[in-house]
Design a protein around this ligand. Structure first.
Ligand SMILES: *Cc1c(COP(=O)(O)O)cnc(C)c1O
Length: 371
């Protein structure tokens, strides 16, 4: 079912230099990820005494920030990631935006930023897409996973070097056309098991989607790349034993008997919208989802015995990515060749994509029309 329509009105200041159709169409043929941006951005301002105000869609361009703006010094910032999909009839939809809006408020509370309503969050996506709908690529076929990636974010912009929550905050949405995450088809990734670094600690910001978590993960990411791994898996900070997640994706383990296990949510794990959707779709696929603690020993032993048949990671950007092996300083945990078909991961992946692109019935009411 479509969700309620949001009537927040955004003032629109159209760009007088939009990208020429021909250049944009060329970009859309090969957009990569996060490299090109649309003609406009949405903006809402917050101040301690005037709440949220000044809703606008205006030309995309550099921000003017005071060098003392607190985001530049203390990292008071949060963000979201969500996609717009073009369906076969040309209409444009997004996936479970109310989940992202809710998470954005959770992140805001943790970072002492003001909360934004569903109405403003979803309204900002609609207002931006009303201008920039031509930037949503049209899939050439059912295997063409192109989309427009939307990046809402909120920054502390007050010019003040004292350490306290900013009394001036700006919320923006920018948009970037995206090709399929994997050129030439989905391929299992190698994951680096970080032993020098932790992503999150109890009481910290692990459950919030904030820039600081990513900044703190980059040294581990460099380490991963030096070992030919594309992503980093983090263990818990307290015991160095429990599998948590990757730098930007949640993890799932498929067991031979049909159980589908993912680490249960704690304040050190980010609740992915994809994770939540996979748990629901898994039941339709006859799997038994389990949210519980899973240790690195269980992963190692399960992979060796064949008890664990697949491991996959999931998130909005890459949808579902099979994990081929886990690499650490002194070992490689591989999934044995004969049961490493990634059949379950690929089946759920197709289910999810068919839903997002409007090729199957939206029986959970997960789609919201943007244009
Ligand atoms: C964004 C993110 C995810 C995935 O969330 P989705 O809503 O599925 O895109 C997982 N882990 C971390 C740390 C993230 O930042």
């Amino acid at each position: 079912m479509p969700t309620a329509s949001f009537e927040t009105s955004f003032e629109t200041l159209p760009s007088n230099q939009p990208m020429a159709d021909e250049i944009r169409d060329n970009i859309l043929k090969n957009p990569g990820f996060g490299r090109y941006f649309t003609d406009h951005m949405a903006h809402i301002r917050w101040t301690g005494d005037a709440d949220w105000h000044g809703h606008q869609v205006r030309p995309y361009g550099p921000l003017t920030l005071d060098p003392a703006a607190s985001v530049l010094h203390y990292g008071q910032e949060i963000f979201e990631g969500i996609k717009a999909y073009r369906h076969a009839d040309g209409s444009i939809w997004t996936f479970r935006p109310e989940k992202n809006a809710e998470r954005f408020r959770r992140s805001a509370r943790r970072l002492a930023l003001p909360e934004l309503s569903d109405e403003d969050f979803i309204g900002s996506l609609k207002a931006l897409l009303a201008q920039d709908h031509a930037w949503v690529p049209t899939p050439a076929s059912a295997s063409d996973e192109c989309s427009l990636y939307l990046r809402p974010f909120m920054i502390a912009s007050e010019a003040f070097l004292g350490v306290r929550p900013s009394q001036e905050v700006d919320y923006y949405v920018i948009a970037s056309p995206a090709a399929a995450y994997f050129k030439g088809g989905v391929a299992p990734v190698s994951i680096w098991l970080s032993s020098n670094y932790k992503r999150a600690a109890p009481g910290g910001t692990g459950f919030a989607k904030c820039g600081g978590n990513y900044a703190a993960s980059l040294a581990a990411q460099k380490e991963a790349e030096a070992h030919q791994c594309g992503q980093v898996a983090f263990l818990d900070a307290a015991e160095n034993k429990w599998v948590e997640e990757l730098g930007g994706m949640n993890l799932f383990f498929v067991f031979k008997d049909g159980r589908l296990v993912t680490p249960r949510l704690t304040d050190t794990i980010l609740e992915g919208v994809t994770r939540n959707s996979v748990l629901t779709l898994a039941k339709d696929e006859g799997l038994t989802p389990e949210e519980r603690a899973i240790s690195i020993d269980e992963w190692r032993e399960g992979a060796a015995s064949g008890e664990i048949t697949e491991v996959f990671a999931c998130g909005t950007a890459a949808v579902i990515t099979p994990v081929g092996e886990l690499v650490s300083g002194n070992e490689r945990i591989r999934l044995t060749a004969d049961n490493n078909s990634n059949e379950v991961a690929m089946r759920i992946r197709t289910k999810l994509l068919d839903l997002q692109y409007g090729r199957s019935e939206d029986k959970y009411g997960w789609l919201t029309k943007l244009v």
